[in-house]
Design a protein around this ligand. Structure first.
Ligand SMILES: *Cc1c(COP(=O)(O)O)cnc(C)c1O
Length: 430
């Protein structure tokens, strides 16, 4: 595989951008190679600047559920752009996308658009604190909720990948108001939430974790969390930035039948443009300015191009049987990979929820952060490089998910399975 042009671009990028990248995991450090510079993408394929083509399982980290450059989404963006790109005043498209979100997600009565998932979670927590008058945020080890100060405690995604415990630059005073506890541990959950001295404003959770790799909620985890927070007057926030419009049209909360007070969205709802949103019960949402005292604002919030892309994306997802079909394809791939691993004698764990999947290089079940980090990241790195050399573009970290899109065909997945078999055998040779 020729990577000369990417290599020289990376050198140039490093001179003007820290680490050469605008988001850390993109630098590919944990898998032992340099990043490829992408020129364009279409459907399930990515094309780099050296002319290599890859079958893409990153999907821009989640938004690309329809595949890249879907004609209906591109058309909507181009049409919107003709009429101007930002006005800083209300537009009809904001009502349309808000209405689609309110109809889709049963716990959301009102929704506010922002520009990223980070802004959504940060604003939802501020709102929960303003609403309850309490200070503490409870999160779970290995969950990632964007890069706002209060979440950088035992966080997932790039924070695990780079092996940093928290982050310098986040004052002790802020971290003191965040409590991070193990995912899926009901005893610790109950003890923590019942500790009145903590003055807990909210619990924020990824209902299916995607940022320590894919980790499913244990059977009673979400319902217990809901029951306890309800009794204790704690605001329950589902961070559905990945799972929203991914696991079903109504998100993880529809799949698991658990209704949070607030929901954070992002990724898919922007159709590939920068968008985030937070929404929930009107009683809580009405505490936001200008109706209420909790301040939150944004120059480009509700941006007309982003709204147009989001509306086009959600309409595509309304197609009959869309999620069943995506689930069937994803289950087929997971089954093939499981068979291959058993046949070649490599012990791995395949965790999957709908079109989110992680292959962990470990022999023990992965149910939380502690079990996730037992994975052999050196093996993952070798597997990643081998797959890349054969045209399969996986996430450059063990602690991320593979995103399967509507654009992946069964042939694409079969090719992926064949390459995986080749890669597994090669891993066992040494
Ligand atoms: C990606 C992600 C975020 C942050 O979204 P950005 O748009 O990257 O700021 C928050 N929560 C979860 C669960 C995510 O996966």
């Amino acid at each position: 595989m020729e990577t000369r042009i990417s290599g020289s671009m990376f050198q140039k990028a490093r001179k003007v951008i820290p680490g050469g990248v605008n988001s850390p995991v993109r630098a590919c450090r944990s898998v032992g190679c340099d990043p490829l510079f992408i020129k364009r993408a279409a459907g399930a394929s990515l094309f780099d600047v050296d002319g290599n083509e890859f079958l893409d399982f990153v999907g821009s980290w989640g938004p690309m559920i329809m595949g890249h450059a879907h004609p209906a989404i591109i058309k909507a963006i181009c049409q919107a752009a003709q009429d101007g790109t930002s006005f800083g005043a209300p537009t009809p498209a904001e009502i349309d996308l808000a209405s689609l979100v309110v109809e889709a997600v049963s716990s959301i009565e009102k929704v506010r658009f922002v520009n990223s998932g980070t802004e959504a979670t940060m604003s939802a927590v501020r709102l929960a604190r303003g609403y309850t008058g309490r200070k503490t945020v409870v999160k779970f080890d290995g969950c990632y909720h964007g890069h706002a100060d209060s979440f950088l405690v035992k966080a997932g995604s790039g924070v695990i990948t780079l092996g940093i415990p928290g982050s310098p630059g986040v004052p002790e005073d802020i971290v003191r108001n965040t409590v991070s506890i193990p995912y899926n541990n009901l005893d610790i959950l109950e003890k923590t939430l019942r500790n009145a001295s903590l003055e807990i404003a909210c619990v924020i959770v990824e209902p299916v974790a995607g940022n320590m790799g894919c980790v499913l909620p244990a059977p009673d985890f979400l319902s217990t969390l809901r029951a306890l927070t309800r009794v204790l007057g704690i605001v329950l926030i589902f961070d559905e930035v990945i799972t929203g419009f991914r696991l079903s049209y109504g998100g993880a909360q529809e799949v698991y039948g658990v209704s949070p007070d607030l929901t954070c969205l992002g990724k898919i709802i922007g159709g590939g443009l920068p968008v985030g949103a937070y929404g929930g019960k009107a009683e809580i949402m009405d505490c936001i300015a200008p109706d209420g005292p909790v301040y939150q604002a944004g120059t480009l919030s509700g941006n007309p191009l982003a709204m147009a892309a989001g509306i086009a994306a959600l309409k595509l997802l309304q197609k009959q049987d869309f999620y069943n079909e995506l689930d069937r394809k994803s289950a087929w791939l997971a089954g093939r990979l499981q068979d291959i691993a058993e046949r070649v004698g490599l012990s791995v764990q395949i965790n999957r929820a709908g079109s989110l999947m992680t292959l962990f290089f470990t022999s023990e079940p992965v149910t939380d952060f502690t079990s996730a980090i037992k994975s052999n990241t050196d093996l993952y790195g070798r597997h990643y490089r081998q797959m890349l050399s054969r045209g399969i573009y996986l996430a450059p970290s063990q602690f991320e998910v593979a995103f399967i899109s509507a654009a992946h065909t069964i042939d694409d997945l079969e090719k992926t399975a064949e390459m995986t078999e080749w890669s597994f055998k090669k891993l066992l040779e040494i």
